[in-house]
Design a protein around this ligand. Structure first.
Ligand code: HEC
Length: 143
C-alpha cells in the first residue's frame, strides 16, 4: 500500500518536471539568438548577404568554421586560413562556381560581385594576405 503511494508520487513529480522542461524549451525557441538566420542557407535560391564578410559567416563558416581553420570528423573541411592554394585568385573562384567533391557550387547562388567579394574577403583574412583582388569579370566566364 505504502509502495503504491510512493510510486504515484514519483510519477507525479516526474510529470511536473516534464512540464517545466517543456516550457523552458518553448521559451528558448521563442527567443532565438538575435541575428541568427536559421535555415537561410538551405532554403535560399539566391543569397542576399551584402558583404564578403557576412557571406563568409553565413555560408562558408558552417563548413569551414568561423575561424576558417576547417574541421575533420564526419567529413573533411579544409582550412582556408593560411591556405597557399588561395594565392591564385582563380582557384577559389573556380571552386565556388564549379564545386569540388564535398564542396557545393555555392557561387551559382550568388551574383558575380558576391563571389568576388567573398573570395577577396577570404584571401585577405585568416592569415591570408593576397591583395590582388578578383573582379566580377573573373567570375562571369565560369557561369
Ligand atoms: C557544405 C559545406 C561547404 C560550404 C558551405 C563551403 N565549403 Fe568550401 N569546401 C568544402 C569541402 C568539403 C571542401 C573540400 C573539397 C575537396 O577537396 O574534396 C571545400 C573546399 C574549398 C576550397 C578549396 C580549398 C583547398 O585547399 O583546395 C575553397 C577555396 C573553399 N572551399 C571556399 C569556400 C568558400 C569561400 C565558401 C563560402 C562561400 C565555402 N567554401 C563554402 C565544403 C564547403
Amino acid at each position: 500500500m505504502i509502495r503504491k503511494q510512493t510510486l504515484v508520487l514519483v510519477l507525479a513529480s516526474a510529470a511536473a518536471l516534464g512540464t517545466i522542461a517543456a516550457s523552458a524549451g518553448a521559451q528558448t525557441a521563442a527567443n532565438p539568438v538575435p541575428g541568427e538566420a536559421a535555415g537561410t542557407f538551405m532554403m535560399a535560391s539566391k543569397f542576399s548577404e551584402p558583404t564578403g564578410e557576412l557571406m563568409y559567416r553565413n555560408v562558408c563558416a558552417g563548413c569551414h568554421m568561423p575561424d576558417a581553420k576547417g574541421t575533420q570528423g564526419a567529413g573533411f573541411y579544409p582550412a582556408l586560413a593560411k591556405n597557399e592554394k588561395l594565392a591564385a585568385g582563380g582557384y577559389p573562384v573556380l571552386v565556388l562556381m564549379k564545386g569540388l567533391n564535398g564542396m557545393p557550387a555555392v557561387g551559382q547562388m550568388m551574383t558575380d560581385q558576391q563571389v568576388a567579394d567573398v573570395v577577396n574577403y577570404v584571401r585577405t583574412h585568416f592569415g591570408n594576405k593576397y591583395k590582388d583582388a578578383v573582379t566580377p569579370a573573373d567570375v562571369q566566364p565560369l557561369r
